[in-house]
Write a protein that binds this ligand. Structure first.
Ligand code: MLT
Length: 205
């Protein structure tokens, strides 16, 4: 097999339930393609799972794009990595005959998922963004009518200020997405509340 720019180390798990959209799992900093598989199985039993590993290494920790400091992104790298990930998604859809996926991203994975929504409208059926931030200082204008977004933020999150997640919700809403934003009494880590809300939101898609 030839190695192209769009190849990612990844896990692909075909699902038994063809009525469910495939779930694209995007992990947080320091995790890998295995990290969100149990979460994916819990929230979308029977769905096909596609889980790539971020290609950028920060002190040995995989990420999906470079950052200059915590919460300060290298936006040029983010644009390039977002487009590379979009190409991987399209190739995977063609290879496996997949419908438009729903993305489930956590932290760094949620941030590139927000970037995917804004740079590649129509590619994703929907997005569950867990502890996401505004990805660009000057976000591209996108038309996202018909795209469903679940935004789960933590009111005690030391990485994502409340105003930042509120502003991401507004950007996506202004672009036409149907956004459900829950500010949970949590920090940056995931909890049973995230599992329950994501499962219910996916079931209602
Ligand atoms: C990021 O760099 O995407 C955010 O700071 C979240 C993180 O990965 O810690």
């Amino acid at each position: 097999m030839s190695i192209t720019e769009t190849d990612f180390i990844h896990r692909f798990e075909p699902g038994a339930d063809a009525t469910r959209p495939p779930l694209l799992l995007l992990h947080g900093t320091g995790a890998d393609e295995n990290d969100l598989i149990p979460f994916g199985r819990l929230v979308a039993p029977g769905a096909t799972l596609l889980s790539p590993r971020g290609k950028v290494l920060e002190n040995g920790m995989p990420r999906f794009f470079r950052r200059l400091a915590e919460g300060v992104f290298d936006e040029e790298d983010l644009r390039r990595r977002t487009d590379e990930l979009a190409a991987f998604i399209r190739e995977s859809q063609a290879r496996h005959g997949l419908a438009a996926p729903v993305v489930l991203g956590f932290s760094n994975g949620a941030n590139i998922a927000a970037s995917l929504l804004l740079r590649h409208p129509g590619l994703l059926r929907g997005a569950a963004l867990l502890r996401a931030m505004v990805p660009f200082r000057d976000p591209p204008r996108a038309r996202l009518e018909g795209t469903e977004v679940l935004l789960l933020s933590g009111t005690a999150d030391p990485i994502v200020p409340a105003a930042n997640s509120a502003s991401l919700a507004r950007i996506l809403q202004d672009a036409g997405a149907a956004v459900a934003h829950h500010a949970l009494p949590l920090g940056h880590g995931l909890s049973q509340m995230d599992v329950a809300l994501t499962r219910d939101w996916l079931a209602a898609l």
